[in-house]
Design a protein around this ligand. Structure first.
Ligand code: ADP
Ligand code: ZN
Ligand code: ZN
Length: 740
């Protein structure tokens, strides 16, 4: 006997509530997770639509009490049905519960109702209204008469405004409504996140020859029966955005809809403005600051066909368009496309899956594609197109690499190398702008003892504390704060202090070295307040400062035409992260940073300061040579069996009880080891996660690597069952994470 878990109301917040139904024998072969079925529901056994979210052989109740379902009704017609199928795919691939997957893909209606707007309309013609108004004036019903006269001037009135301006109450209006003279209409207003100011419309620019060539290649691909996803590998400033816009225009003209994914950090007022400028009312924008209700409204507008283009971060991927034609993923390599909560999906993979399901196309672009995407493009799974020159053949910046060890030998102890100092000076003389970036937030703040080497750590998180200017030591994971120490808590030595190379310190050095220069700083501290991020960016774009200092957040996607110098103060800090992707991250960050320089008419320069001038990620970034980096990094991944050379499944577990967590993970490690033995699956761990303890919760991780994705999927399914039936895991929070 087979049973199906079915949810009845998919717009409800509590998607977890499912009901079990028996699957009639003749439907057993056909039924699948994600299908829509008809079921008898409630006391009256009314026929309702339900969604299959799971199948099993175990009845949850006395089998005689389980009703059979009536029939399978799905032909994947509605947008919701398609999204449920997508959720089922995500559940399988990323190892989450169906409820988690559904919550990710479906717009959940919030309890708060959308704001309503009431209008007053005339039900009779104007002449009748004037006659009636005169009559009412004679019988001293002045308020009613005023309303009618106002409605003769203007066919509809806003209820709230009319109440205020015409001094009218419901006792004035109601008799008119009852007599059928006027009517009151309630419309739902959508909460539009961008203020309705008139943004001037712009025409799209003519494409340059290289851009046209890319466009042609994509259009050729789209003529094929099942077009492949497209990767545009275009150097910074080559005009990838221009190509996206032409494609969007074309798809919208065909009556189909477009989703544009951009990294959250690029969702600035300027970006949004540009989209409104090009496509006007057709566009809507999502961002993570929207309330659930606002998000729901935007999704509903999409569903009702009021908009054709949705711009937003990864969650915009689930916009319920009924005729989706194109998904664009800008800056494809960005980490924010990967979800950090279950299902831990990657937007690129889900976009490709949704596109296949709905006959849509995917176009992604980057100057530094992820190894995963480029590897697929090389294999012919994606179409690879290239933009190798900047717009108007503007030159890429000239890059110098400075060996910091040499600076020390030459007696320069400053954060600024002689070369960088020199270059900044030149910019100041010429009235051009510079960007200096430090590639890890607050890194330099860590406090250590010069006598015994002890580093002060957060007691809850196992990460080093950061010293701030006010003398406080702060944990950037959980926010823990403590006052500075005068003596080493371990050996008592007074020689304890911070390394002075944070963004604040750079700012101070700049003030001292260039007293006349205007410096802006953008980092964790200066962007905590709402709107401060935008303010700093627009101030710098308006050339109100000469130098912008900041963490990696300043190097992403912004276009400052007057910037002709970018300095990476300590380029290799990100190389010390304990993650197999750290070289890739370093290369991407440096290449993107260098790419901020010289985007306008004046040529640019970049200075990379490092202790590892020979490292391939730094060398390749300096020469802007993606291919060289890709080859070197790919051989490393092949050697070490890391994605995309192999598939990797991580089992992440968290719990308050360290002993229970260790035991549970030992068992789980043995279990997956045994299951994977015949396939020779490589099992690593269990080990403490890179940050072993956050907010007093312990974290452990097991990694599994294999060439065949299916083997790992199979182990994941078995591990899920093992976790479910063993009560020892109940107090642990376990997630799967897949990469490949
Ligand atoms: P990318 O997205 O590849 O980094 P952008 O699309 O932002 O590059 O283009 C870089 C700069 O060049 C922008 O200021 C853009 O307006 C300009 N640009 C690129 N292509 C064209 C074009 N065909 N016509 C006019 N300006 C262009
Ligand atoms: Zn000490
Ligand atoms: Zn902490």
């Amino acid at each position: 006997m087979m049973y199906a878990d079915i949810i009845v109301d998919i717009s409800h917040e509590k998607l977890d509530r499912s009901f079990q139904y028996r699957v009639p024998l003749e439907m057993e072969d056909e039924i699948q997770v994600g299908m829509v079925v008809t079921i008898p529901f409630g006391n009256g056994n009314h026929e309702r639509k339900g969604y299959v979210i799971g199948l099993s052989k175990e009845p949850e109740l006395d089998p005689s009490k389980i009703k059979p379902l009536k029939g399978i009704s799905s032909s994947q017609e509605t947008t919701e049905e398609k999204l449920i199928v997508l959720a089922a795919w995500m559940k399988e691939r990323y190892g989450s519960t169906m409820a988690q997957a559904l919550k990710t893909v479906l717009p959940v209606r919030e309890k708060v109702r959308s704001k309503e707007k009431r209008r007053i309309l005339l039900n009779i013609n104007e002449e009748e209204a004037i006659a009636l108004a005169e009559k009412l004036e004679k019988s001293r019903c002045k308020a009613r008469a005023r309303i009618l006269r106002a409605l003769c001037e203007k066919p509809e009135l806003d209820y709230t405004e009319a109440a205020k301006n015409l001094g009218m109450t419901s006792s004035v209006l109601n008799p008119l409504v009852e007599q059928g003279v006027i009517r009151i209409q309630q419309d739902e207003v959508y909460r539009i996140p961008v203020k309705g100011e008139a943004i001037p419309r712009e025409k799209l620019s003519e494409l340059t020859e290289p851009q046209k060539k890319v466009l042609d290649q994509i259009q050729e691909e789209w003529k094929r029966e099942s077009p492949r996803p497209v990767l545009i590998h275009g150097v910074t400033g080559s005009g990838k955005t221009q190509v996206y816009m032409k494609l969007i225009e074309q798809v919208v003209e065909q009556g189909r809809q477009v989703i544009v994914l951009i990294p959250e950090i690029s969702l600035t007022y300027q970006t949004v403005r540009r989209f409104y400028g090009w496509f006007g009312e057709k566009v809507s924008v999502l961002n993570s600051r929207l309330s659930l209700g606002e998000r729901y409204d935007q999704f509903r507008r999409a569903k009702q066909g009021e908009i054709q283009i949705m711009v937003g971060p990864r969650s915009a991927l689930f916009t319920p368009f009924s005729r989706l034609g194109l998904i664009i993923i800008d800056e494809e390599h960005e980490q924010t496309y990967k979800s950090e909560s279950s299902p831990r999906y990657h937007a690129r993979e889900v976009a490709v899956q949704r596109a296949v399901q709905e006959g849509a196309c995917v176009v992604m672009g980057s100057a530094t594609p992820s190894l995963e995407a480029y590897c697929r493009a090389e294999a012919g799974e994606y179409l690879l197109t290239k933009l190798t020159v900047r717009f108007e053949e503007r030159p890429l910046p000239e890059v110098s690499v400075v060996d910091l060890r040499g600076e020390l030998k030459a007696g320069n102890r400053s954060i600024l190398s002689r070369k960088l100092k020199d270059s900044i000076e030149k910019r100041l003389e010429r009235g051009e702008q510079s960007i200096l970036f430090l590639n890890r937030r607050g890194f330099a703040g860590f406090v250590s003892c010069r006598s015994c080497g002890e580093v002060l750590k957060c007691p809850h998180c196992d990460v080093s504390l950061t010293e701030h200017n006010n003398g406080k030591l702060i944990c950037h994971y959980c926010g823990y704060e403590r006052p500075a120490v005068a003596k080493c808590p371990s050996c008592g030595s007074p020689y304890i202090g911070g390394f002075k190379a944070g963004t604040q310190q750079i700012e101070q050095v700049l003030h001292k070295t260039f007293p006349k220069a205007q410096v802006l700083r953008m980092d964790y501290d200066t962007t905590r307040n709402k709107g401060s991020y935008e303010k700093i960016l627009s101030s710098f774009a308006a050339h109100e400062a000469d130098i912008l200092v900041g963490t990696q957040m300043i190097v992403k996607g912004h276009n400052f035409p007057d910037v002709t110098l970018v300095g990476a103060v300590a380029a290799d800090l990100s190389l010390y992260a304990s993650d197999y992707r750290c070289a890739e991250r370093t290369f991407q960050l440096l290449t993107q940073a260098v790419g901020r320089s010289g985007r306008g008419r004046k040529p640019g320069e970049a200075v990379i300061q490092t202790y590892h001038p020979e490292h391939y990620s730094i060398q390749a970034a300096a020469t802007q040579d993606y291919e060289a980096f890709y080859q070197a990094e790919m051989s490393y991944r092949i050697l070490m069996d890391y994605p995309p050379a192999a598939h990797m499944l991580s089992i992440l577990a968290a719990g308050e009880d360290e002993k229970l967590l260790s035991q549970g993970m030992e068992y789980l490690g043995k279990f997956v080891g045994t299951v994977g033995e015949k396939y020779k699956v490589h099992v690593i761990g269990p080990a403490s996660a890179s940050v072993g303890k956050i907010n007093d919760i312990y974290h452990k991780v097991i990694y599994l690597k294999h060439q065949d994705e299916k083997v790992l999927m199979d182990i994941k399914d078995k591990a899920e069952k093992y976790i479910e039936i063993n009560s020892g895991f109940r107090k642990l929070y376990i997630q799967f994470d897949y990469a490949g």
